[in-house]
Design a protein around this ligand. Structure first.
Ligand SMILES: [Fe+2]
Length: 208
């Protein structure tokens, strides 16, 4: 299996679990599935990427747990943006999610930072406050991307400024209408979605 496929599908599974853990349809049934998947993915994805077969077996279980979580809790705007940018810029689904997830965590943290902090605590990440724990979670996800040769922005992926500018408004509009937007923990309109996309393009931390 190509290494990029291991990276992209693994990050897709992580996005399923993280989005399910904060989604508005989350429940006591989906939470443990999502959290356990996140722990397993953190422990096994990079090892699997580097050829460890035992870790790859664990990734198979983790992605199924994440699937069971999001089938019940639904997803969020990482997926909304991945669906619509994937169609325009031809970015593989899992790669798109991997790039966008840190920005979406920063955007959603205004609404549910304690949920992301709980993930960070469970993973043993550092931080003395919810804000610091959220920052550690974002940084951990970026480290996974760095370790698996996934870019950190749309510009880094290779989307040209011209191509981005020509499409950003329609992508934002369509992403708001995506089926996954309704279960995102923080509401979003076309203008805010366009702003999120601008930050993702430039690789700037979301500060609104
Ligand atoms: Fe997905």
């Amino acid at each position: 299996m190509p290494k990029s496929l291991t990276a992209h599908t693994g990050m897709d599974a992580l996005t399923h679990a993280v989005e399910a853990y904060v989604a508005s349809q989350r429940s006591p049934f989906s939470d443990p599935l999502a959290m356990h998947a996140i722990v397993m993915i953190k422990d096994n994805l990079v090892k699997s990427y580097n050829g460890d077969k035992a870790a790859r077996e664990q990734m198979h279980y983790a992605q199924c747990l994440a699937g069971m979580a999001f089938s019940n809790a639904l997803l969020g705007i990482t997926h909304s943006i991945a669906h619509k940018t994937g169609a325009v810029f031809h970015i593989p689904h899992g790669c798109a999610n991997a790039i966008y997830l840190p920005y979406v965590i920063q955007y959603n943290a205004k609404e549910c930072k304690e949920r992301y902090a709980q993930i960070a605590k469970t993973l043993g990440l550092s931080g003395n406050s919810d804000d610091e724990l959220v920052t550690s979670l974002v940084e951990m996800i970026r480290d996974l991307n760095r370790n698996m040769d996934i870019p950190l922005s749309l510009k880094g992926y290779g989307v040209s400024e011209e191509d981005f500018r020509a499409n950003v408004k329609s992508i934002a509009h369509n992403a708001v209408l995506d089926a996954c937007t309704g279960s995102n923990p923080r509401t979003i309109d076309d203008a805010a979605m366009e702003r999120v996309l601008e930050y993702i393009y430039e690789g700037k931390d979301i500060d609104f």
